[in-house]
Design a protein. Structure first.
Length: 248
């Protein structure tokens, strides 16, 4: 594989795992961070130590001017071909405290920024080159409950943006989405709760970061797949829950 792939939120958690997996396949990685620069530099250093190529880029993706500046830097390189929208904001709210500003913040990072980045990738592709986008959503988009309401609405929007983006950017850019299962401790979740619910799916095997990273690596090179929504969750989306697993 060749070309530059921007992995947003690549300094930590799932984004870091995706960045390292794609680097192992030969992609050059743009390791994006917002506030965790040291972590992003550590990920880039690990990639380089393993024989891969990576550079670090900072930007607040909820800010249009910063996102635009990031895209200009990537486009100027001439080799930007891929985008993995992994950065996310996971802030608790419910219908009881749903509010304009808090919901808008979730939408800006979890939905608006990924769509904007996809547009900028398509605009920057050199003539004759093809690109890809992989959006990281959540199994909650297929298995909804009212917890983390603004996050759920934003990620549902991102998942449903897959088909129209695939059509709008065809034939030069493929767009796919992964609905990921519970992988890591989040928010106020306790270790006890995580251990109890991690395997609560059909396979009884909790989703691992490597599972999602492997799926991204597959979609990155799957030249005839676009517009797909792929659950990577051990069937968690087929195990309905009235509340988020954090509250089970």
């Amino acid at each position: 594989m060749s070309g530059l792939v921007l992995v947003t939120g690549a300094g930590r958690r799932v984004g870091a795992g995706i960045a390292k997996r794609l680097a192992a396949d030969g992609w050059t990685i743009a390791v994006h961070y917002n506030s965790s620069r040291a972590n992003a530099e550590s990920v880039a250093a690990e990639i380089k130590a393993a024989g891969g190529a990576a550079d670090v880029f900072g930007a607040d993706l909820s800010d249009e001017s910063e996102t635009q500046a990031l895209c200009a830097k990537l486009a100027a390189r001439g080799d930007w071909v891929g985008l993995v929208n992994s950065a996310a904001s996971f802030t608790p709210d419910s219908i009881a405290d749903f509010a304009y500003d808090a919901a808008a913040a979730q939408l800006r990072l979890n939905l608006i920024a990924p769509v904007y980045l996809a547009r900028k990738l398509a605009e920057s592709l050199a003539p004759g080159r093809h690109g890809f986008v992989v959006n990281i959503a959540d199994q909650k988009v297929l298995n909804p409950n009212p917890d983390f309401l603004s996050y759920t609405l934003a990620k549902t929007g991102l998942a449903h943006a897959t088909a129209p983006l695939a059509m709008a950017l065809a034939p030069t850019v493929r767009v796919n989405c992964i609905a990921a299962g519970l992988m890591m401790l989040s928010g106020d979740q306790t270790a006890e709760n995580f251990a109890r619910v991690h395997n609560d799916n059909l396979t009884r095997i909790g989703t691992r970061v490597d599972d999602v990273a492997d799926a991204v690596a597959f979609l990155a090179k799957a030249e005839n797949i676009t517009g797909a929504l792929l659950p990577v969750d051990g069937g968690q989306h087929l195990v309905p829950s009235a509340r988020d697993v954090m509250f089970d």
